[in-house]
Design a protein around this ligand. Structure first.
Ligand code: SF4
Ligand code: SF4
Length: 139
């Protein structure tokens, strides 16, 4: 029985790998739904993509192995948005600017702000609205 899963992954690639149609390969070979949150190719052909993959669990895992074998660095637990807990003053300024509540308060008593990367859609709005520089982009 198939088990459909979704994962958010951060891809980094350079040179030869950047010439490959990575996303279309994932769709064609592994029958995955791909959500591209954000992508950037630099002048030196180094590239980064923050994507969401949805599909059969076995095929999702095989597709990530395929990417790794194609010289694509795959980070399954990281996001393109880096939240620095040490710098975060829990001022709350970002909360109304975060459309998915990836930045949120779980404890109404302490009002400590926390970050849930699985909900982040990489809009980067928090970077523009954080007075303490606690949010920055990996790429
Ligand atoms: S990048 Fe957007 S979705 Fe992600 S934490 Fe910042 S404001 Fe929220
Ligand atoms: S705006 Fe910056 S310092 Fe304030 S709660 Fe959000 S991430 Fe933390």
């Amino acid at each position: 029985m198939s088990n459909t899963i979704s994962k958010k992954v951060l891809l980094s690639f350079s040179g030869i790998a950047s010439d490959k149609p990575i996303v279309s390969e994932l769709i064609r070979k592994y029958n995955l739904e791909i959500n591209i949150y954000r992508a950037k190719i630099g002048n030196n052909e180094e590239g980064h993509m923050a994507i969401g993959v949805t599909g059969d669990e076995k095929l999702v895992n095989e597709s990530l192995k395929y990417l790794k074998s194609s010289n694509v660095e795959v980070k399954e637990t990281e996001t393109g948005l880096i939240w620095d807990e040490e710098k975060c003053a829990s001022c709350g300024n970002c909360l109304t600017h975060c459309p998915t509540k990836a930045l949120h308060i779980t404890d109404s008593h302490s009002r400590r702000v926390e970050f849930d990367g699985s909900k982040c859609i990489e809009c980067l709005s928090c970077i523009r609205n954080c007075p303490f520089g606690a949010c920055k982009s990996f790429f």
